[in-house]
Ligand binder design. Sequence first.
Ligand SMILES: [Zn+2]
Length: 264
Amino acid sequence: MNPPCIFCDNESGSEEHLWPDWMHRFMKEHGINLVALRVQEGSEPETIENDLEKTINTVCHTCNNTWMSRIEDKNAPRLKIMLQNIPLTIDPGGMKILTEWAVKTAMVQDSIKPRIGNANFYTREERVAMRERLQIPARTRAWIGALNEFHLGSRGTDFTILANGEKTRIGTGCANTIYTGYFVVQVVTEHIYPEYQALGIPEIQPPASISDLRLIQIYPNAPKKVEWPTDPFTNGGPNGIGHLLHRWCQGEKVSMVTKDSVVE
Ligand SMILES: [Zn+2]
């Protein structure tokens, strides 16, 4: 027996491609060769190989071929434009379905990332609500941006949320960054521990970085329109995508700190 699907009670299926068939066809038709992504911080070089063939085994065949495939179909026309780096005006309806696509992909990425123990960040309730009514989890934000080269991948990081002079753990967060072609989206969800939920803790802000000038928040509080591409991240260098991947978790530091006054 495989473990249950992360979105429903079915047994999870055989290996499925993470990236949809249309994306495989698109890349073949356009003769796209993938080059490694440089995400170094400091002096140590680090590269990530793009992996078009990446597979998942945490989702059942039914989910993959019904509601998940409908999300792909709704987004494919817009993503195909962005995969070619053709400028595009995105309206609030487009931002909504891009957010659904990004959160669905983030939940899948969360289910396959290496971890200590066997826990996913997203809860079963959050994943089932995504399947049943495309509900975006509470305290979730999404930003979009651009890359100056074609890359393909997704990376997830969990982080701890601290308060009270970094002495008190008040929750955890999960950041997932997905880059498909020249398009980049980052999804962040926070889980505040129950005993702190009544305090109205504001959303956690990452340290200021070059990412701030290159990202546009599309959920919640979507702007009236987004002119894409925005000022792009590059493959390495001072404006490298490494800054975006490390935006919420920098080196050894795995903590985000709220204003000290929030938790007494
Ligand atoms: Zn399922």
